[in-house]
Design a protein around this ligand. Structure first.
Ligand SMILES: N[C@@H](CCC[C@H](N)C(=O)O)C(=O)O
Length: 299
């Protein structure tokens, strides 16, 4: 590859899609504008976000993470903003490492801004169909009264922190959320100083829910892994099966527009998410296109 080219891959986790930028030694200056260009669905590659793959030792935030994770997931939203964690993204990140021969089947630790996430990969199936399970850590429920407002309608919401911020509201019909072309208002805004991902949830059956999500920095997406975990945690408390109270693990099926995740919580509060991760393409980018103002993306 010439110095004017940058390698990339495209992948998705139940249609939450990402441009993957391997930058193992941390040499790229990936500005917010460059991320937004990559994610542009008409003028760029198109994606909900970017996964930059960097060795932890080559990234200041990766270095700061204890836990012996060789790789740091530098996740960016489609608008170029930085986020702490991406649940579908970490599965796709692990799939990339597996495909590149940098990780085998079995267990892998990935450093994220929200801490270390432990990933368990089965042997890859056709088209990346082998499930990947992620220990998503413990949810925090800061409490307080929060509500979500769309087009003059209000719903009470549950504030759940999965390393990144979520407002979960239970609605009668997923269509109630409207077009979700703009971000729902979350009240009080002070409860979410860094903004919020907002999930709208309906019941599908016992321990089975479905959601739509408006993601901070990306708009409505076809899936959100951390959002699905936040929904599972909120639903378990609503349904009287909080594992910390019952002493029993609980598992929910969570449907999203792009597919299905299976999410469980143990009595110690650990949340575990299982779902697919697929790499669909690989190519090269023109570095001059990525940084048209003359700033070199490679340092
Ligand atoms: N799609 C992701 C979440 C990505 C980050 C989010 N938009 C935020 O800003 O917190 C997921 O699968 O968890």
């Amino acid at each position: 590859m010439s110095s004017a080219q940058i390698g990339f891959l495209k992948g998705h986790g139940i249609e939450n899609d990402f441009v993957i930028v391997p930058d193992h030694e941390g040499r790229l200056e990936l500005s917010p504008a460059a991320v937004a260009r990559l994610c542009d669905r008409r003028a760029g590659i198109g994606a909900d976000g970017v996964l930059r793959v960097v060795r932890s030792a080559a990234h200041p935030e990766g270095c700061a993470m204890a836990g012996g994770a060789e790789w740091f997931m530098d996740y960016r939203n489609g608008d170029g903003s930085v986020a702490e964690m991406c649940g579908n993204g970490v599965r796709v990140f692990a799939r990339y490492l597996q495909r590149a021969g940098l990780a085998g089947a079995g267990d892998l630790a990935v450093a994220t801004r929200a801490g270390i996430r432990r990933v368990h990969m089965a042997e890859d199936g056709p088209g990346g169909a082998g499930g990947i399970t992620v220990d998503m850590g413990r949810a925090l429920l800061p409490g307080g009264e929060v509500s979500v407002c769309v087009s003059g309608r209000h719903w009470p919401a549950v504030h759940v922190d999965m390393g990144n911020p979520h407002a979960v509201c239970f609605v009668d019909d997923l269509a109630d959320a409207g077009s979700l072309l703009t971000a729902p208002a979350v009240v009080p805004a002070a409860a979410y100083p860094e903004g919020a991902n907002v999930e709208f949830v309906v019941d599908r059956g016992p321990r089975h829910v479905a959601l739509r999500v408006h993601e901070r920095g990306s708009g409505e997406t076809r899936s959100c892994g951390t959002g699905a975990c936040a929904v599972m945690v909120a639903a378990a408390r609503r349904d009287g099966c909080d594992p910390a109270v019952t002493g029993l693990p609980v598992t929910y099926t969570v449907d999203v527009p792009g597919g299905r995740l299976v999410i469980g919580e143990r009595p110690d509060g650990t949340v575990e998410m299982t779902g697919p991760a697929v790499i669909v393409a690989e190519g090269v980018l023109d570095a001059a296109w990525l940084a048209p103002d003359g700033a070199s993306p490679a340092s």
